[in-house]
Design a protein around this ligand. Structure first.
Ligand SMILES: Nc1nc2c(c(=O)[nH]1)N[C@H]1C(S)=C(S)[C@@H](COP(=O)(O)OP(=O)(O)OC[C@H]3O[C@@H](n4cnc5c(=O)[nH]c(N)nc54)[C@H](O)[C@@H]3O)O[C@H]1N2
Ligand SMILES: Nc1nc2c(c(=O)[nH]1)N[C@H]1C(S)=C(S)[C@@H](COP(=O)(O)OP(=O)(O)OC[C@H]3O[C@@H](n4cnc5c(=O)[nH]c(N)nc54)[C@H](O)[C@@H]3O)O[C@H]1N2
Ligand SMILES: [Mo]
Length: 757
């Protein structure tokens, strides 16, 4: 467990080349022992990601289809996620009596999380300084009263974070639509929305098509804008298998992330002391947001090769049979100047040529990407350029090939499948209407950024949050706090205390729910829920631990409670749904394609895979063809003394849940208010290692500022800086989002850095 040492300032160690290995295992076990106690640790680890266990509440990377190790399918960060969730400490009414909201606001996000699990429902009444206890039925009645006094259902916002089960998500969207609104923003808007928009437009499907098996069959994996060593550690096992079978890996990232250089598989304990597998064959240190020029430079080199020797680089039969827009795309490539593209990308020409040659030779290629591509102003274009590369190589409908947007939260993909979206498709609404017997609203609802703006301007007045921590996860922390404070009612359905429980509306409710690892018992039976991982596999999840408090309710039960009190005329069987999720699944089966025989197939070992037409080389775009796109090179010039800033995760956090202060692979500890900067840039500004600086975003309509950050030298391209999420969120403008997807530009704010004098 890390020690908090605010006095000492940041500790700097060496940047690690390899990930996992012995220190990781020790760190994991320490964490497990610390928070859970040894008996509970073992029980949890034996059941996590097992066929008859529960789905890890961490990331969305899939579990192996075939063998699973007897000691649990886990990774270091999965254990940290579970240890945090299954915390034995609890906070009851007496805690809230002794600690007012203002006092709690002075705590960091990490300190709040470490207070323990919320153990009973609480309310903050208008004008009160403290939360006080409230009975469940009273809490539901209070929500109903507030919702019923709105002048339109569109004045309510129903947010979802991606941990919610399919069953709870399905009930939640049904409730919002029966109430009369499509205001169902979710954390996807802050995450992979840019991928969804780009993929829908170009290939007609918003999900990736590859499976774990494809990683064993492929000859090339390209990883852009992703740090799997920290955020999807089990992906390294797939990459290791790819390497064993002769595959190659290219990584494209402004910083050399550990885990991609060398990987020691924690499950093979004997190998821990060995050298590990070198994973990445080629690393391209792209400048922040230099991916479009880099990909274009690669595409141009491939195009020239293809012109010289037909079939040398492109899959022309695939292109002619399955795509549109190739000629315009090829003409555009011809007009580009290679040197200008290379300069804009920040990558040496020789490395670009090496990458192009590896791609040219590849016959089966997977491209993985995550937040490094999705959180820029031109994020949708970034991903469209990735699709262009997949299209020229014909990387669809064949083994070992395809797009792999690596999702974040464990069920974020499933929540979208269940209808959590502000813009439901016409076919979804039709199915819902036929099954539900009410007319769901057609007018699109708010995205996350639109919802925050609506609350801030008084257009939305009630905010309900099914998990998550909007106050810390959203951009412009003070704007978002103001938005929440302007609501008449804010409701947090959650497991642990976070900033969003403290930036309250006039009235505020905390409704504590069961976590995924806890037993959800109804009429003496343990209920199953389901989740969908990043590869479209739907699996069951069954909690194994006793609930941390007798006063918790399950998420479906809470949604049903709110619905029962709000929808007085409802014909929906809320009570019996909450008592038996099989009944919810029977209805899901009617509304959502791919879920036939849901209850039976869910109980099969390993669950089932949802259909994905990309695997059959079918592109459900309006014309039935995949689309090439022409994407502009972004203007990457920087005003004097300014930097392009990316906000990233450390190795010791899950989003806004901060486990500790050791970003072990990057060698940074004891502090998270850190600015990673190129040594030459530090010299030019006259900054010393660990010197305190002020950061400001003068390009936002209201200048956004933070002080007291320490600058540290780091191998990052000149002109680029990195800070941690969520500490730097106060600097990110809410007015300036990605085109089309409205995702905040968490990875490319323009920031000035000045020493504290
Ligand atoms: N342990 C743990 N696991 C997690 C999470 C967690 O916080 N902790 N969060 C979950 C969630 S919700 C998500 S969405 C995922 C996030 O997983 P990641 O996307 O891996 O998370 P980030 O830390 O945002 O890292 C983005 C990576 O992109 C790189 N990058 C930034 N800008 C650019 C750019 O312009 N171009 C390129 N090529 N690279 C760039 C950064 O250097 C960094 O390595 O992880 C999920 N899993
Ligand atoms: N600067 C910057 N900001 C970012 C990002 C970035 O890269 N940079 N990334 C963005 C991304 S990718 C994402 S996905 C968002 C994440 O945004 P959110 O999903 O809103 O935030 P989380 O931190 O994942 O939410 C954590 C809280 O969820 C609650 N919780 C945990 N488990 C459960 C459960 O089982 N049920 C319920 N009901 N509640 C639970 C706990 O109370 C916990 O405090 O942040 C975004 N914000
Ligand atoms: Mo995410």
């Amino acid at each position: 467990m890390s020690k908090i040492n605010k006095e000492k300032g940041p500790g700097l160690g060496s940047i690690k080349k390899s990930s996992v290995g012995l220190p990781a295992i020790l760190s994991t076990l320490n964490m497990g022992l610390f928070d859970l106690g040894p008996g509970k640790s073992t029980r949890v680890m034996r059941k996590m990601n097992q066929f008859d266990g529960f789905d890890c509440p961490g990331c969305a990377w899939p579990d192996p289809d075939d063998e699973r190790t007897p000691f649990g399918e886990y990774c270091e960060n999965g254990i940290k996620a579970i240890a945090t969730e299954a915390d034995s400490k609890t906070i009851y009414a007496d805690f809230f009596k002794n600690h007012g909201i203002d006092e709690l606001k002075s705590k960091t996000e990490m300190e709040l999380g470490k207070l323990g699990r919320i153990a009973e429902p609480m309310v903050k009444l208008p004008g009160a300084t403290h939360y006080t206890p409230i009975a469940w039925e009273e809490a539901f009645a209070l929500i109903a009263k507030n919702l019923k006094t709105l002048s339109s259902p569109d004045e309510a916002v129903f947010y979802t974070s991606g941990r919610t089960s399919n069953e709870a998500a399905f009930m939640y969207q049904w409730f919002a639509r029966e109430f009369g609104t499509n205001n169902l923003p979710d954390c996807s808007h802050l995450c992979h929305e840019s991928s969804a928009k780009a993929m829908m437009k170009t290939i007609g499907v918003s999900k990736g098509s590859v499976t774990l098996n494809d990683f064993e069959k492929t000859d090339l994996v390209i990883i852009l804008g992703q740090n799997p060593g920290s955020n999807h550690p089990r992906m390294l096992t797939s990459l290791e298998k790819c390497k064993k079978n002769g595959g190659k890996i290219i990584t494209i990232n402004p910083i050399p992330e550990a885990g991609l250089s060398a990987f020691k598989n924690p499950k093979k304990l004997l190998k821990v002391f060995g050298k590990g597998t070198i994973l990445s064959d080629l690393y391209l240190p792209v400048t922040i947001n230099g991916d479009v020029p880099l990909l274009k430079a690669i595409l141009q080199l491939l195009f020239y090769e293809e012109r010289k020797r037909p079939d040398a680089a492109f899959d022309i039969p695939f292109i002619y049979e399955n795509t549109e827009g190739y000629e315009a795309f090829a003409n555009h490539l011809l007009q580009q100047d290679f040197n200008t593209l290379a300069d804009a990308s920040g990558v040496e020409r020789a490395l670009i040529k090496q990458a192009a040659e590896m791609i040219r030779k590849s016959e089966k290629m997977i491209i993985c990407w995550s937040m490094g591509l999705t959180q820029h102003e031109n994020a949708v274009e970034n991903i469209q350029e990735v699709i262009n590369l997949l299209l020229v190589k014909g990387a669809f409908g064949k083994e070992g090939s395809g797009p792999c947007p690596v999702r974040g939260h464990s069920n974020v993909q499933g929540d979208r499948t269940m209808g959590i979206t502000e813009a439901p498709s016409a076919s979804f609404l039709k199915n819902l209407k036929e099954t539900a017997g009410f007319a769901p609203p057609e007018k699109p609802g708010y995205t996350v950024v639109e919802a925050i703006k609506a609350m801030e301007s008084g257009k939305a007045k009630v905010f309900v949050s099914l998990g998550g921590n909007l106050a810390s996860a959203a951009p412009d922390a003070s704007f978002t706090a103001r938005a929440l404070q302007k609501c008449t009612l804010t409701v947090q359905i959650s497991t642990k205390l976070n900033r969003s429980h403290l930036e309250t509306g006039e009235t505020a409710l905390i409704l504590p729910c069961l976590a995924r690892s806890e037993k959800d018992v109804s009429n003496g039976n343990i209920q199953l829920v389901s989740t969908e991982n990043a590869m479209g596999i739907v699996q069951s999840s069954k909690g194994v631990l006793p609930p941390c408090s007798p006063h918790l309710k399950s998420e479906p039960d809470i949604v049903a409670g709110i619905a029962r009190h709000t929808l007085t005329e409802t014909k929906t069987l809320w009570k019996s749904w909450a008592a038996n999720y099989d009944e919810v699944r029977e209805v899901i089966e009617k509304v959502i394609p791919g879920f036939q025989d849901f209850n039976t197939r869910l109980r099969k070992k390993g669950g089932f895979i949802l259909p994905n037409s990309l695997r059959e080389k079918t592109f459900p775009t309006p014309s039935g063809k995949a689309q090439f796109t022409i994407n502009e090179v972004p203007d990457l010039s920087l005003p004097d003394r300014s930097f392009r800033m990316m906000t990233i995760r450390s190795h010791d956090q899950f989003n806004t849940s901060i486990y500790g202060l050791i970003d072990r692979y990057r060698g940074i500890k004891n502090d998270r208010k850190i600015v990673m900067m190129n040594k030459k840039d530090m010299d030019a500004l006259g900054l010393k290692s660990k010197q305190k600086v002020n950061l400001s975003n003068p390009f936002s309509p209201d200048t956004l500022q933070l002080s007291g950050f320490s600058v540290v030298p780091y191998p990052i391209p000149k002109g680029c800086i990195a800070t941690y999420f969520p500490e730097a969120n106060a600097l990110i403008s809410i007015q300036h989002t990605a085109k089309t997807s409205q995702t905040p530009i968490y990875k490319s704010s323009i920031i000035t850095v000045s020493p504290i004098t």
